[in-house]
Design a protein around this ligand. Structure first.
Ligand code: SAH
Ligand code: SF4
Ligand code: F3S
Length: 438
């Protein structure tokens, strides 16, 4: 094969950590097989990719205005591809709405990207299972922390959620492959491993073959922690329903497992949780969260909340605020409910008025900001070990405490990849600023 000319790839990644990891795979595949290198200059790109998210309506409508703009700005002959969850759910409809798009590759089909760039109007959006989905290429955005997939898809079918339709059934990746992937990343300098899946603590319920070693999520955490170079383990997203005592105890007692837990509440009302098909009650959620707080004084807990789910009354919403007051989450990702195609809740007839939902979201955010300001202030003058993993454009070095608080300092680039003690001098709601303790 002759030497191929270098081509330029511009890629925009929307959505969750799984999409970020899929984009890394796409970049690796296109680099290895098609000689693409990354660019952040749209106009010089030979290929423009958008790795899309479908979880709410807004980003989907934005996609079409965005690629329309790219089509006008791109250099002559450049291709445009749409990948990810919106590709999965809209499929060939994308060619109809945006005829200049060259190919469409779903979230479960990213391994086909090299074929896609060479095939006009290529379309691959099935959610069938294929073990080559495991084999991710060798590219990472950040050398110091590595995303590692542990499962793909989701079986839960929460009534509001499109993800099971875009990523298919939930299948656990064999543990030996996960360990190999984590080892490889750790040997290249990633002291932090971030395990990814839609329901990580449901790990081990279904493998693609009965020959794969049986293991649950707690065992997997312990196995990853045996890798010597790994100092920190994080994961997302766990599901509150599967937070049994074994899991909480492994989380609490394994020193390499970082003490920050994502507990997606969605709603504090047991009735709404049932309509969402979440499988737990307000009491179960509170029991788990407060148990965690009691077991680990420094634990931080983050959450996702949907405001204005069909049928949500003022009293239901008060239940959500009540859980927020009791748990005092360190981070809250709250969004208005957005009706999604293919989901049960989209057919519910008791949709909440948009203005009511907006008012509730505002109230929730005002309350949460007060909590966050109190938490930030309480961290003044505290000293934390911080793993420095990023040099920001602002010139600040950034890293995280064990319990996931973002810390920024002025300092030298050679601190990247090191864990250093930092005293918090200027705590802000979204980031703590500090100084190195000498
Ligand atoms: N597997 C994860 C969530 C993945 S989707 C879990 O179960 O928690 C990420 C977040 O998007 C969800 O936690 C939820 O808060 C939000 N979300 C999903 N569907 C939504 C919808 N239709 N409208 C608004 N927010 C939604
Ligand atoms: Fe969606 Fe529910 Fe699965 Fe999370 S658990 S991805 S919210 S269906
Ligand atoms: Fe979005 Fe797909 Fe992730 S819908 S949140 S990119 S799984």
């Amino acid at each position: 094969m002759g030497i191929q000319e270098e081509k330029k790839l511009y890629i925009e990644t929307l959505g969750c950590a799984m999409n970020v990891r899929d984009s890394e795979h796409i970049i690796a595949e296109l680099g290895d097989k098609e000689n693409y290198v990354l660019t952040d200059n749209l106009q010089e790109a030979d290929l423009i990719l958008v790795n899309t998210c479908s979880v709410r309506e807004k980003p989907v409508s934005k996609l079409f205005s965005e690629i329309g703009k790219y089509n006008l700005q791109k250099k002559e002959g450049a291709k445009i591809g749409v990948c990810g969850c919106t590709a999965s759910h809209l499929g060939k409809e994308i060619f109809k709405r945006a005829p200049y798009v060259n190919f469409v590759v779903g979230a479960r089909n990213v391994s086909k990207i090299a074929t896609a760039v060479n095939t006009e109007k290529f379309l691959s959006v099935d959610i069938d299972y294929d073990e080559s989905d495991y084999a991710f290429g060798d590219y990472r955005n950040n050398l110091y922390k590595a995303y590692v997939n542990i499962s793909i898809g989701c079986d839960k079918k929460c009534t509001y959620c499109i993800v099971p339709h875009t990523r298919g059934d939930e299948i656990s990746i064999p543990a030996d492959l996960i360990i190999k992937e984590a080892q490889k990343a750790a040997q290249k300098g990633a002291k932090e491993i971030f395990l990814l899946g839609q329901n990580v603590n449901n790990y081990g319920k279904r493998f693609s073959s009965s020959t794969h070693e049986k293991m649950d999520f707690s065992d997997l955490l312990n196995r990853v922690s045996e890798i010597e170079e790994v100092e920190r383990i994080r994961f997302t997203s766990p599901h509150p329903l599967h937070m049994d005592d074994k899991f909480l105890e492994t989380f609490a007692h394994n020193p390499k497992v970082c003490k920050s837990m994502h507990m997606p509440l969605q709603s504090g009302s047991t009735q709404i949780l049932a309509a969402m098909k979440r499988g737990y009650s307000k009491e179960w959620f509170l029991d788990r969260a407060l148990k965690l707080r009691a077991m680990i004084p420094d634990v931080s807990i983050s959450t996702d909340i949907i405001v204005g789910f069909p049928g949500e009354s003022d009293a239901d919403f008060e239940d959500t605020l009540d859980v927020m007051r009791q748990v005092r989450f360190e981070q809250v990702f709250a969004f208005k409910y957005s009706a999604r195609p293919l989901t049960k809740a989209a057919e519910f007839t008791n949709q909440v008025d948009n203005e009511v939902a907006s008012e509730r979201l505002d109230r929730l955010q005002v309350m949460q900001d007060t909590i966050l300001d109190e938490i930030a202030t309480s961290r003044t003058d505290k000293i934390y070990p911080v793993y420095i993993d990023e040099l920001r454009n602002s010139g600040f070095l950034a890293g995280r405490t064990d319990n996931n608080a973002l810390v920024q300092i002025k300092g030298d680039e050679n601190l990247l990849g090191q864990t250093i003690p930092i005293k918090i001098t200027n705590p802000k709601r979204l980031s703590l600023y500090g100084e190195i303790v000498l």
